[in-house]
Design a protein around this ligand. Structure first.
Ligand code: PLP
Length: 374
């Protein structure tokens, strides 16, 4: 007896491997490997959850989530979706997992432009589908033709993560539109992972579903995690046509049943309350982005496209082939923790992801250590 091949085929996240190593090594390390805001959740958001707890609002909600929250999410999605099209999930992760389960048949292919977030591979495998990496060349923008050429009768869905984790790039609208239209022609879904949508630095982000007239095959995933510094509250959403969202609402009854009730109240406050705290965090990320981009540009032997969104820089320290080995050496010998690029697909091998979700001082110290070590 042993666990199934399905789960054994899933990889461990390389970010987690470095996280664990950093915990083991301990001491004075600069931690730039994890992707979560270093800010506290805004006070009015926490207070809304406390108030809900004090009123005794601590039971299950409906599978789909609190109606006020579904309406608030629909409002943030620029009119592309109605309240009924929204399923409130336990973080964006559950939304992505449910989307994969609902639209990928066993053996279907999930196309992922890489380098990209590793979880899509696992989510495809849990649906007995096949993740297919489609590498995007430096500077990792979406080259629609490469993705469209790979579409075929087995394509069940395509994931577009923009702004991108790990590259920080924001995909060009024309390229996204071309992919969305081609996916429709192939009878495939587009899973638009927009959890970083509010974090763009050079231009506003346009929702993928808003780029085409017919967007029934576009499933949009969002989250409170990154925008409102709410990673631990676990509130996200899946938005899409009712045929998919109704099935997702049904099957999640067997996993989480609903997103945590107190967290849903917090999310209502986050989405409908004052936006100044979120705007302040965004401004801080922009300053850090400017600093990181500047430093990397001046660093000998390092190339990195300028991050246009999210809070990551993806750097190529020329001459290193094994990014896991390099990242481990940087922890042990230089005291700086970065995520190995190989975890983001074969296209990421030899590269490193630096998260600037840390204070300016720590980022500066980390970049100093990195520069000396390289
Ligand atoms: N999508 C991307 C690209 C992410 O980086 C993350 C978290 O790191 C998520 C989705 C899911 O985040 P959460 O489940 O906290 O909403």
């Amino acid at each position: 007896m042993h666990p199934t091949d399905r789960v054994r085929a899933c990889d461990r996240s390389s970010i987690r491997v470095l996280f664990d190593l950093a915990e083991e090594v301990g001491g004075d390390l600069v931690r730039l490997e994890v992707g979560e805001p270093d800010f506290e959740t805004p006070a009015h958001v926490t207070e809304a959850a406390v108030a809900a707890a004090e009123r005794g609002d601590t039971g299950y909600t409906s599978n789909a989530g609190l109606p006020t929250l579904r309406a608030a999410v629909a409002d943030t999605l620029t009119g592309e979706y109605e309240d009924d099209d929204i399923l409130v999930t336990t973080g964006g992760m559950e939304a992505l997992h449910l989307a994969a389960l609902c639209v990928l048949a066993p053996g279907d292919e999930l196309l992922v432009p890489t380098p990209t977030w590793p979880n899509y591979r696992t989510q495809a495998r849990l649906a007995d589908a096949e993740p297919v990496e489609v590498p995007m060349p430096y500077p990792y923008d979406l080259e629609a033709d490469r993705l469209i050429e790979r579409m075929g009768p087995d394509t069940g869905a395509v994931v577009l993560c923009t702004p991108s984790n790990p590259t920080g790039r924001v995909f060009d609208e024309t390229a996204v539109r071309a992919v969305v239209e081609a996916a429709r022609d192939h009878d495939a879904y587009v899973i638009a992972d927009e959890v970083y949508a509010s974090l763009t630095y050079d231009h506003d982000h346009t929702a993928t579903a808003a780029l085409v007239d017919e967007s029934e095959h576009v499933l949009t995933v969002g989250s409170c995690s990154k925008t409102y510094a709410m990673t631990g509250w676990r509130v996200g959403w899946l938005a899409g046509e009712s045929t998919v969202v109704d099935e997702a609402t049904k099957v999640r009854e067997s996993t989480t049943a609903c997103a945590p009730t107190l967290a849903q109240h917090a999310a209502i406050a986050a989405l409908t309350g004052p936006q100044e705290p979120a705007e302040k965090m965004q401004a801080a990320f922009r300053e850090r982005r400017d600093y990181v981009a500047d430093r990397l540009e001046q660093m000998d032997g390092v190339t990195a496209p300028c991050p246009e969104g999210a809070f990551y820089a993806f750097l190529d320290p020329a001459g290193y082939e094994d990014s896991m080995q390099l990242a481990k050496r940087l922890v042990r010998e230089a005291g700086v923790v970065l995520a190995p690029g190989s975890g983001f697909g074969a296209a990421g091998e030899g590269k490193l992801r630096l998260s600037f979700a840390n204070s300016r001082d720590r980022i500066e110290a980390g970049l100093d250590r990195l520069e000396r070590a390289l």
